[in-house]
Design a protein around this ligand. Structure first.
Ligand SMILES: [Zn+2]
Length: 98
């Protein structure tokens, strides 16, 4: 496994969503690659900080309603990821204002 591949799976790795073989490959790479081990530690620290912060905050009702509307549209007519590209910039200011 190379660094690019490892980093593409890092979020799933952090959340325990990988199969045992892929997880073993990642563990082996992380043992020998200081850069990826650092990346993993940074991601874990960020995820932990977000979990702590978000656990005490509720999303504004308008944001929740907007996300639910977008999800309803997605479920009704699945499209390739186009709504996600629009959703992230639309939600960023609201999330940053928390
Ligand atoms: Zn690496």
């Amino acid at each position: 496994m190379d660094c690019e591949s490892l980093r593409s799976y890092l979020v799933d790795y952090q959340h325990g969503r990988l199969g045992p073989e892929l997880r073993r490959d990642m563990d082996a790479h992380l043992e020998g690659c200081e850069a990826c081990a650092h990346e993993r530690a940074a991601d874990a620290a960020l995820a932990e900080a977000l979990d702590r912060r978000l656990a005490h905050r509720r999303a504004p009702a308008s944001l929740t309603a907007r996300v639910e509307r977008l999800l309803a549209v997605e479920r009704a007519a699945p499209r390739p990821r186009a709504w996600r590209r629009a959703l992230i910039p639309a939600l960023a200011p609201a999330l940053a204002a928390w």
